[in-house]
Design a binder for this molecule. Structure first.
Ligand code: NCD
Length: 306
């Protein structure tokens, strides 16, 4: 039984097969509409979510399966003091696969150690978010036709942004990837990721604080929200929240084929005036998120469709 706790739980080959499957699902959705008939996914969300939970549920429904779960810790027995380990033992009796989001780093890993069904980490604190990364990779591969030879700008809250951490881990396995890390000093990428991933793998990167300076050289600009819920004091959040606002003036200096991604939700960091620019890919990205989650469910349940 396989769990997806980190994006590195899939090898580069497995990832490539998964993205091929997701692309086939995009082209031939009808072929897959009964593939998970009789199967159930449990979505256990101890933290707020719109896209991730609903896209897992939409993915399972598109495959002919059903869904059960909860969308806040307050409506689950966690509020009575039940441990994640006990909850997952119980949920293993009700469902075939589980997507879990939790504010504590490592909670889905703990769940996987006590689970009778595959666990997918749907975001654990400021740590990892592997299925957002699958979504991002599918978006990049579909729009640019490759995952190699790219200069990727990651902008915003690189400290607490789990989508950024997972994406760096995943992309660091492809050749000739360069990162431009754009953040205020206080929200720089954690040093353990610089050292254990970027330095370790000899990946070229630079840390800058001005988006304007970085934009012209980028193939992908990955914008992120400042993660309000992970701040210890509100003053710091208020001071940093509008550090970057991408608007048409800044975008004027970007390459014609530089795509803009964002895991969403957006707060202020992308002006709505660029939503209709052909380079704005963040809503397309949401659609890809359903296809990759369908592909992931099929892969983890070992279901093959001819
Ligand atoms: C992200 C998350 O939850 O980490 N959202 C998502 O799943 N698409 C990004 C965020 O909340 O800023």
């Amino acid at each position: 039984m396989k769990h997806i706790i980190s994006p590195l739980d899939l090898s580069v080959d497995e990832l490539s097969n998964l993205l091929d499957l997701a692309a086939d699902i995009e082209k031939n959705p009808d072929k897959y509409k009964e593939a998970c008939k009789g199967k159930k996914i449990a979505t256990l969300f101890y933290e707020p979510s719109t896209r991730t939970r609903l896209s897992f549920e939409a993915a399972m429904l598109n495959l002919g399966g059903s869904v059960l779960g909860f969308s806040s810790a307050a409506s689950s027995s966690a509020s009575k003091g039940e441990s994640v380990a006990d909850t997952i033992r119980v949920v293993s009796c009700y469902a075939d696969i589980c997507a879990m989001r939790h504010p504590k780093e490592g909670a889905p890993l703990v769940a996987s150690e006590h689970s009778g069904i595959p666990i997918i980490n749907a975001g654990d604190g400021g740590h990892q978010h592997p299925t957002q990364t699958l979504t991002d990779l599918m978006t990049i591969r579909s729009l640019k036709g490759r995952l190699e030879n790219l200069t990727i700008g990651l902008c915003g809250d690189l400290k607490f942004g789990r989508t950024v951490h997972s994406l760096i881990n995943a992309l660091s396995r492809y050749s000739n990837i360069k990162f431009v890390l754009i953040s205020p000093n206080e929200l720089r990428l954690p040093s353990y990721i610089c050292e254990e991933v970027l330095d370790e793998k000899h990946i070229e990167y630079e840390e800058v604080s001005k988006l304007e300076d970085a934009i012209p050289k980028l193939d992908i600009l990955y914008m992120t929200r400042v993660q309000k819920e992970r701040f210890f004091n509100e003053e710091d959040y208020i001071r940093l929240k509008d550090s970057y606002i991408l608007d048409s003036e800044k975008l004027a200096n970007a390459k014609e084929d530089m795509y803009i991604l964002h895991p969403l939700p957006r707060v202020n960091e992308i002006s709505v005036e660029i939503d209709n620019d052909s380079r704005a890919a963040y809503f397309k990205q949401v659609q890809y998120g359903v296809y990759v989650r369908m592909a992931l469910i099929l892969t983890l349940l070992d279901i093959h469709v001819d």
